[in-house]
Write a protein that binds this ligand. Structure first.
Ligand code: B12
Length: 216
């Protein structure tokens, strides 16, 4: 059993953070982070999980003291806060595991900052490899996937961990991968050229869960 503190780093102020609009509307962020709440669903059910989207509400010192491991997800835009959280974990003597588009694209940055476990590519394949390593008491590791997971087996994201009222909208993911070749986009590097779609039944279940959990 592990106590895991899941953190989603802060975004810098950019067009996409809509800072002024968020203030006027009394909101904190536009869309929830689906990657880390999908990873939360892939962790063993006997792990205790605390999750904070740092764009919405910061964790406390007590959360840092409580945890055995800090788990972070980030895209490149979150670089500054992501690296700062890794360094904080190192200073406090906590294990730190990272994944998501930023570490998958540039693993050296997380490694140099002191991350113990780099759980790269898509979590459906690499989280089980990480859990196996933890079970064998390995103190570090880099876990990669040579194949793309079948998203029809992907678990329902842990929508229950979100503070719904702070987001402008909810989101679901129906497909991964893209057949096109736009030069500004790294989807094909991260998720491949072959679109993979969830089942309509999965999508309906996700929508139904959002509807039942967040009726407003
Ligand atoms: C929704 C979205 C946004 C939302 C943010 C939502 C949020 N809070 O997360 C908004 C619209 C704000 C946004 C903005 C931007 N985004 Co954006 N976004 C996306 C998008 C379309 C979907 C992300 C998502 O929810 N995916 C669904 C989840 C389930 O998948 P996932 O996050 O990939 O998670 C899986 C794996 O990555 C992994 N994983 C993820 N985290 C972790 C953590 C651990 C510990 C582990 C083990 C595994 C793991 O496991 C998960 C399950 O397989 C992606 C593209 C895509 N199709 O994924 C781009 C994407 C993430 N964005 C990208 C970019 C570049 C941006 C912008 C910088 C664009 C810009 N030019 O301004 C801005 C930055 C925002 C800012 N304020 O500065 C890039 C990131 C590139 C990179 N290598 O970091 C992507 C990949 C798109 C692209 N075309 O290249 N974005």
């Amino acid at each position: 059993m592990m106590k895991a503190l899941l953190l989603y780093p802060r975004f810098p102020k950019t067009f996409w953070s809509y800072d002024e609009f968020m203030k006027i509307a009394g909101l904190k962020a536009s869309i929830p982070p689906l990657g880390i709440i999908t990873v939360a669903a892939l962790l063993p059910s006997d792990w205790e999980i605390r999750f904070y989207d740092r764009n919405v509400s910061p964790e406390t010192d007590a959360d840092w003291q409580w945890c055995d491991i800090v788990i972070l997800s980030a895209m490149i835009a979150q670089k500054q806060d992501f690296l700062a959280q890794i360094q904080k974990a190192v200073q406090l003597g906590k294990k730190v595991a990272v994944g998501g588009p930023y570490p998958t694209s540039i693993p050296e940055a997380a490694l140099n900052a002191g991350a113990n476990y780099l759980i790269l590519d898509e979590g459906e394949i690499t989280v089980p490899l990480f859990l196996e390593a933890i079970a064998q008491n390995q103190q570090q590791g880099i876990f990669r996937a040579s194949e793309k997971p079948d998203v029809t087996k992907s678990p329902m994201p842990r929508f229950d961990l979100l503070k719904r009222d702070n987001y402008f909208m909810m989101a679901i993911q129906f497909s991964r991968g893209c057949p096109f070749n736009c030069e500004f986009c790294d989807i094909i590097n991260l998720y491949g050229r072959k679109p993979r779609t969830k089942e309509p039944s999965q999508t309906l279940a996700e929508l139904q869960t959002l509807y039942l959990n967040f009726p407003n």
